[in-house]
Design a protein around this ligand. Structure first.
Ligand code: FAD
Length: 106
């Protein structure tokens, strides 16, 4: 349905934008905040089938967030997992920062 798509686009925008602003050298407290936020989101996400699959993804691929690039790439992989499930193209994770932080070079 349309609202699952609108919700998804808005949520990915929030998450990738958080990654883009995340420190290159986060404190242990900031790393714990990110893990807690993603874990809470996976339980509260208001599309229940989405939430269930996201929790399964987290169980096999725990959040990696010891640096901005590590978190950005982990999030890109999480998003690609959903892209694959929905038959959408895979995103090249080498371009995550260009897409979400520094802007496309063209
Ligand atoms: P989106 O997938 O919303 O992507 C928005 C933009 O992000 C794209 O235009 C592109 O520029 C960029 N992008 C794409 N892939 C990546 C990537 N890997 N890394 C970085 N940037 C990228 N929908 C369902 O129908 N079923 C589900 O089970 C489901 N689970 C979801 C789970 C989560 C945690 C979230 C946040 C969303 C989920 N969605 C689910 C929604 C789905 O992922 C899409 O958001 C929705 O279908 C709209 O897709 P879209 O084509 O507009 O682009």
């Amino acid at each position: 349905p349309a609202d699952v798509e609108t919700l998804g686009r808005g949520t990915w925008t929030l998450l990738h934008t958080i990654a883009a602003q995340y420190p290159t050298q986060p404190t242990l407290g900031q790393q714990a905040d990110v893990r807690g936020f993603i874990g809470s989101l996976s339980r509260l996400y208001p599309c229940w089938v989405c939430a269930e699959d996201f929790q399964k993804f987290l169980a096999k691929s725990p959040v990696l967030a010891t640096s901005r690039d590590e978190f950005g790439r982990w999030l890109c992989a999480a998003h690609n997992e959903v892209n694959e499930k929905l038959g959408k193209p895979q995103f090249d994770c080498n371009l995550w920062e260009e897409r979400w932080r520094t802007g496309w070079k063209d």
